[in-house]
Ligand binder design. Structure first.
Ligand SMILES: C[S@@+](CC[C@H](N)C(=O)[O-])C[C@H]1O[C@@H](n2cnc3c(N)ncnc32)[C@H](O)[C@@H]1O
Length: 234
């Protein structure tokens, strides 16, 4: 029925048209992503190859994805069935539950965890803290949507305010952290021994303008190639 009604609406009034042509005029991008020919899927897959060859693991790695949706990424992960776990309360993956419920009963450790579930500051913070507790030595955590380009992306797009977690990670103890400037920002966490995640309550009420004016310049935002060197480094 919706499709039928759409036939009678002039294209210039369709929400998709408005979004494509008017939003860039209203919500100006504050920065651009690198034109690196990588999206998050390619980035995760290359990271898996790197972890696999680094320790001669021959793809004997455990992967966890928090938030799988349509399995767009999950189904590209080149690991055997029991080696990849996907958690999503709605659809996709292997476990139909929230990340909080999953971690309550989990006793598996992972080599690569991709966090892309509920995009709120508080939930993403919980997902990172839980993931840090279930990461094998030498493992990495990747996070999606660390860098919203404008306030529309932050509020109405799926990025949400997970950038606040990036700000906290940057100042946490013994946690190496960089953001690859591709596909809405892919965060890379490499925890070191005795790491500690530092919360910053000041961020709770911070807005997108604060992100750009107070925090953006201090984030370690790098190209894809620099990000891969960072993953390679011991
Ligand atoms: C942005 S989508 C994930 C996209 C997918 N990772 C990809 O790259 O194509 C976010 C997903 O997180 C799921 N989600 C929402 N709340 C969650 C929670 N508390 N724990 C785990 N997943 C959650 C949603 O159901 C949704 O499918």
């Amino acid at each position: 029925m919706k499709k039928f009604i759409k036939l009678f609406i002039p294209p210039i009034l369709l929400p998709s048209f408005i979004k494509k042509f008017y939003h860039p005029l209203i919500y100006k991008n504050k920065f651009n992503y690198d034109n690196s020919l990588y999206n998050r899927g390619a980035f995760i897959n290359r990271s898996i190859i790197k972890l696999s060859s680094k320790n001669n693991r021959n793809f004997n790695l455990k992967y966890l994805e928090i938030g799988c949706e349509y399995n767009q990424i999950f189904n590209t992960i080149p690991l055997e069935k029991g080696m990849k776990i996907g958690v999503d309360p709605e659809r996709g993956g292997t476990h139909r539950q929230t990340s909080d419920d999953f971690f309550k009963n989990n006793n598996t450790k992972f080599d690569l965890i991709f966090i892309d579930g509920l995009h709120t500051y508080e939930q993403c913070q919980k997902d990172v803290i839980n993931s840090l507790n279930f990461l094998n030595e030498g493992g990495i955590i990747l996070l999606h949507d660390m860098l919203p380009q404008n306030s529309y992306e932050e509020k109405n797009h799926r990025s949400g305010d997970v950038w606040k977690v990036a700000v906290e990670l940057q100042l946490s103890k013994n946690i190496e952290f960089k953001i690859a400037n591709v596909d809405c920002g892919v965060g890379i966490i490499k925890p070191q021994p005795n790491h500690k995640y530092f919360k910053n309550d000041k961020l709770l009420h911070s807005k997108y303008n604060d992100f750009i004016s107070d925090y953006f310049k201090d984030l370690q935002i790098v190209s894809c190639e620099e990000a891969f060197k960072f993953i390679d480094k011991d």
